[in-house]
Design a protein around this ligand. Structure first.
Ligand code: ATP
Ligand code: MG
Length: 388
């Protein structure tokens, strides 16, 4: 049973108004799922059989948004609701607004209206496909979403392999909901995350960033963490544009870096022993959450350890560092960290120059560091605002 006092009054008034105009209207998605799982719902999504234009006509304070997925924002002074028209999830006539997929099966546009029954099947997970009418207090449940909330499990609607091809972001959503609700991920969904995870590379930077923030910023909303993620995603995006290879390992190394660093720093100083001891723990915890294939672990740890090495630039150390097989990825990540921090101490540029394969330049770069190091005996690691 859902307690209507947990539901936004504004959402109930919009639903009442739609029903008065002889349309069907329900609360749907996250707010119903969360309310039933004992979590305070934060945003309220409404599903209706009214078309966006019909919704727009009923509410003065509203606007139609989106092209790929048209919906209506209905707002008052303090709240904004998303009102989505039921979709059939089927290919419509070959007009501008129909369901269009690319050659990999990804949905490019979905604006074919349908019935509530059809709308249930185009949603991602069973727990997200519950429709609640706050007036009759009845819940429409075509996919056993209630059963799965009870069992605490994330189950795909339809074959997850196909569903993740249609929209690869669903794999990230599964992980996020599992984490947020403390639900298990059904095995078929897990397999599809492994099999179709690579398709995430075709998703726009903006959409991925939104989703990554929702996952990773659960408790660490500080500026540096935020910037590292943004820079890492930009870097990945640029590499794709330039036809360079990308690996989830690189992204994960970047996304988990703020967590690792926060475990081993105190008063702006890094504790190297703790750094080494924390690496496996950070990976293990992430493993539970995102099923990171283990083959990435050594790659990620190499990138992390090389960050320490990249900071020490005296004597023969830089020559060893540059010969490491993961040097290039580590250097790329160093640039990401540098961009994300507000203090630029020239470390990235130093390594850019050192790679120029010019022996006398290399010697002078190291000589400068040796002098500097004598002058200032404390070992400094990290960029400003990186160590908290
Ligand atoms: P939260 O608001 O906590 O992030 P949510 O489930 O409400 O979770 P929204 O992104 O607000 O997520 O989407 C609302 C609903 O729309 C979802 O519950 C789901 O039914 C549907 N939905 C959203 N994104 C997708 C998607 N990529 N594929 C299929 N259905 C989706
Ligand atoms: Mg929502």
């Amino acid at each position: 049973m859902i307690d209507n006092t947990k539901i936004s009054k504004f959402a109930i008034s919009v639903i009442t108004e739609l029903q008065k105009n002889n349309f069907q209207a329900y609360l749907v998605g996250g707010c119903v799922r969360d309310a039933l799982s004992g979590i305070e719902p934060k945003d309220f999504d409404i599903a209706t059989d009214a078309t966006p234009e019909e919704v727009r006509k009923i509410f003065k304070a509203s606007r139609i948004i989106g092209r790929r997925f048209k919906l209506v924002h209905v707002f008052n002074r303090s709240e904004l609701l998303e009102v989505a028209t039921f979709r059939s999830g089927k290919n419509g006539a070959e007009d501008e607004s129909s369901l269009i997929k690319d050659e990999s099966g990804k949905i490019l546009r979905d604006n074919v209206w349908g019935t509530l029954e059809q709308d249930c099947y185009r949603r991602d997970f069973t727990v997200n496909a519950l429709y609640y009418c706050p007036i009759t207090k009845k819940i429409e449940d075509r996919n056993n979403g209630l059963g799965h909330i009870h069992k605490k499990i994330i189950v795909s609607i339809g074959d997850p392999q196909l569903r993740f091809e249609e929209d690869p972001v669903r794999s990230l959503r599964a992980i996020r909901f599992s984490n947020k609700l403390g639900f298990k991920i059904d095995n078929q969904v897990k397999n599809a995350i492994y099999d179709k995870g690579h398709l995430l590379s075709s998703i726009s930077n903006a959409r991925l960033f939104d989703e990554f923030c929702k996952i990773f910023l659960g408790g660490m909303g500080d500026e540096f963490s935020h910037n590292v993620m943004l820079q890492a995603l930009r870097n990945t995006d640029d590499r794709i544009k330039n036809d360079q290879s990308v690996t989830p390992g690189f992204l994960l190394a970047a996304l988990l870096w703020p967590t690792l660093i926060s475990r081993c720093t105190k008063n702006n100083e890094i504790n190297i022993r703790k750094f080494f001891r924390s690496m496996d723990g950070v990976l293990r915890e992430q493993q539970k959450l995102t099923a990171v294939p283990r083959k990435f672990n050594s790659y990620i740890k190499d990138i992390w350890v090389l960050q320490l090495k990249l900071h020490s630039r005296i004597k023969s150390q830089p020559y060893k560092t540059i010969r490491h097989p993961r040097f290039r990825a580590a250097y790329d990540f160093l640039l990401v960290r540098e961009k994300a921090s507000s203090d630029k101490n020239g470390l990235g540029k130093w390594w850019t120059d050192f790679q120029k394969n010019d022996d006398s330049l290399r010697r002078s770069l190291i000589a400068r560091m040796n002098e500097k190091n004598d002058a200032d005996s404390s070992k400094i690691f990290g960029f400003y605002n990186e160590l908290r």
